[in-house]
Ligand binder design. Structure first.
Ligand code: IPE
Ligand code: IPE
Ligand code: MG
Ligand code: MG
Ligand code: MG
Length: 290
């Protein structure tokens, strides 16, 4: 598949996800609009990975995976809102517009995050079929977005790390980003009732893709353009973050990003079945400019 094909694929899937998200944000009360504001403008990589994995594993009804896919995006968005707070990365620009605490205020931003996090689990557990699979998704996701994953990664990211060491970097990337990317792929496989060995293999491949994802995020903070990124580059170095270019240099970080992409694709291609779309997505993440 040509590079343009993956761009079209991503656009189409993003449209589907955006349509579904809109449905999940009715005028229940005015706060739904506040939360919805922060959802606007994301790439939707995690929901797309879930959908792609669901389809590659033979899942036929996209409506089955959609609430799960959207729930993942809600959790991701909550993590971004909190990540941008003055007490954390203190970023005013997110997804090409004012971050939640700038658009509203800090209390509203914190509560938006809380609301999205909780609402995600309502979406995961809704639906009358596949109750066992839904429970497995809830377990898998809750395991990696809390204190054993994203939240812990953010704690490590925030702590005063005296030296940019490979071990620290790996631990931060592993927890704050890779596990969540991997679980998106796992959730798609679970909902398609894939065999457990394949679910495990997909998760492992997803971890490499997740490491790659944070490497390219760190690299883009150095090389990316503000308009394309929709966030302010150059912040990691300014705040002394333990990021890939700080540990390995820009070329070293690029080299390692390529290695993670190769490792992910080795695993995707060795699976029984056609997981070529996940390979294309990996290539996209390696070469992304936003
Ligand atoms: C940014 O994630 C935060 C990281 C974990 C690296 P994305 O690059 O997926 O951000 P959006 O969703 O497209 O805004
Ligand atoms: C954040 O990593 C990862 C999260 C869990 C939100 P970053 O702090 O590098 O993400 P950006 O660069 O602000 O999007
Ligand atoms: Mg951060
Ligand atoms: Mg940040
Ligand atoms: Mg970053």
């Amino acid at each position: 598949m040509e590079n343009t094909d993956i761009v079209i694929y991503l656009r189409k899937k993003k449209e589907l996800v955006d349509e579904a998200l809109e449905k999940y944000f009715p005028d229940e009360n005015p706060f739904f609009d506040v939360m919805y504001y922060s959802l606007g403008g994301g790439k939707r990589i995690r929901p797309i990975l879930a959908i792609s994995s669901y389809e590659a594993n033979g899942g036929g009804d996209v409506d089955t995976i959609m609430p799960i896919a959207c729930g993942l995006e809600l959790i991701h968005t909550y993590s971004l809102i909190h990540d941008d707070l003055p007490a954390m990365d203190d970023d005013d620009l997110r997804r090409g517009k004012a971050s939640a605490h700038k658009k509203y205020d800090e209390a509203t931003a914190i509560l938006s995050g809380d609301g999205l996090f909780a609402y995600a689990f309502e979406l995961f557990s809704s639906g009358s079929n596949l109750a066992g699979e839904r429970l497995a998704v809830v377990r898998a996701v809750s395991e990696v977005v809390g204190p054993k994953g994203v939240v812990y990664g953010q704690v490590l990211d925030m702590s005063d790390n005296p030296r940019p060491e490979p071990k620290t970097l790996r631990n931060i990337h592993f927890n704050k980003t890779a596990k969540f990317i991997a679980v998106a792929i796992k959730a798609g496989a679970i909902m398609a009732c894939a065999p457990s060995t394949r679910i495990r293999e997909l998760y492992r491949a997803g971890m490499y893709l997740g490491m790659l994802f944070q490497y390219t995020d760190d690299i883009l903070d150095v090389t990316g353009e503000k308009d394309k990124l929709g966030k302010t580059p150059g912040k990691d170095e300014a705040s002394g973050k333990i990021v890939a270019p700080a540990v390995y240099g820009l070329d070293g970080a690029r080299f390692r990003a390529e290695r993670y992409a190769a490792l992910a694709n080795q695993r995707f291609s060795s699976l029984d079945g056609d997981f070529s779309m996940l390979e294309k997505l990996t290539d996209f993440v390696l070469n992304r400019t936003y």
